[in-house]
Design a protein around this ligand. Structure first.
Ligand code: SAM
Length: 251
């Protein structure tokens, strides 16, 4: 697919998750715009680094890492929505909604990569199965974005991330955190457990800031940075979830 074909495909794509800049003034509007988080989540330069984007979806973070000079970028995601760890009570409804949407997993990434002339690769891989062989080698930098909350076992996923890091490598987690629990229990790692909440469709856990440090620590990758809050949806109001980032590295 060349850029012209890709821009045509953008128009007919049934739905975008990420808001993406495709160059030449073309910006696709997705349901989630993480552009404001890039400056504080990613190092200014990733020159020469082999990078991995876990749960890449339409590829926003993969393309952002490429823009920062990564020598190679792989994004992993699942190709079959039945492989996602839907909360059991929501599985049937979620899978039916995904099928009805007409969105083919990976298609947005493919179109966006072609439009941007990106060399980033998308590999179909469940994070629980992540290993060096699947990636074609170890990596220096990993971005884990908004995925731990959707997993039954975030620590197991982070162990797999650790297993693909080259010596000296590190990862950044950009995740939703519970404002309420971060304020009420700043020193105790706890999470809101949401699978049985009627209005929730995809989320297992919403950790507090302390748990966002404890999950990677339990997986052998303690934080090597403070945990900046990148986004406070409702400033001064404890009802909205925050977005926070933490840099971690194997101990
Ligand atoms: C909420 S989206 C986040 C997208 C992107 N990482 C970001 O931060 O904007 C979660 C992504 O993780 C993927 N995902 C969920 N469970 C996964 C798993 N077990 N293995 C790989 N990818 C998974 C989903 O398919 C989806 O693309």
């Amino acid at each position: 697919m060349d850029r012209t074909e890709a821009l045509d495909a953008v128009r007919t794509h049934p739905g975008w998750y990420h808001t993406l800049d495709l160059g030449g003034g073309v910006v696709v509007e997705g349901s989630v715009d993480v552009r404001p988080f890039v400056e504080r989540a990613l190092p200014r330069s990733l020159a020469g680094k082999r990078c991995l984007d876990v749960g890449t979806f339409d590829g926003f973070w993969a393309f952002a890492m490429e823009e920062r000079g990564a020598s190679s970028v792989v994004g992993i995601d699942v190709d079959d929505t039945t492989q996602l760890e839907h909360p059991p009570l929501k599985r049937v409804g979620n899978v039916a909604t995904a099928r009805k949407s007409g969105i083919v997993p990976g298609e947005g990434f493919r179109i966006a990569a072609a439009a941007r002339g990106s060399a980033a690769r998308r590999v179909s891989c469940n994070v629980y199965d992540l290993d060096v062989e699947t990636l074609g080698g170890s990596v220096d930098f990993v971005l884990v974005g908004a995925i731990l909350q959707h997993l039954r076992d975030p620590v197991k996923a982070l162990e797999r991330v650790r297993s693909v890091l080259a010596p000296g490598g590190c990862a950044v987690l950009v995740e939703t955190v519970s404002t309420r629990l971060s304020l009420l229990q700043p020193r105790t790692p706890v999470a809101e457990f949401r699978p049985a909440m009627p209005e929730n469709r995809f989320t297992w856990w919403v950790p507090n800031l302390s748990l966002l440090r404890a999950w990677p620590t339990a997986a052998g990758m303690p934080p090597v940075s403070k945990v900046p809050v990148l986004h406070r949806p409702l400033r001064g109001n404890a009802k909205g979830d925050w977005i926070a980032a933490v840099k971690v590295a194997p101990a």
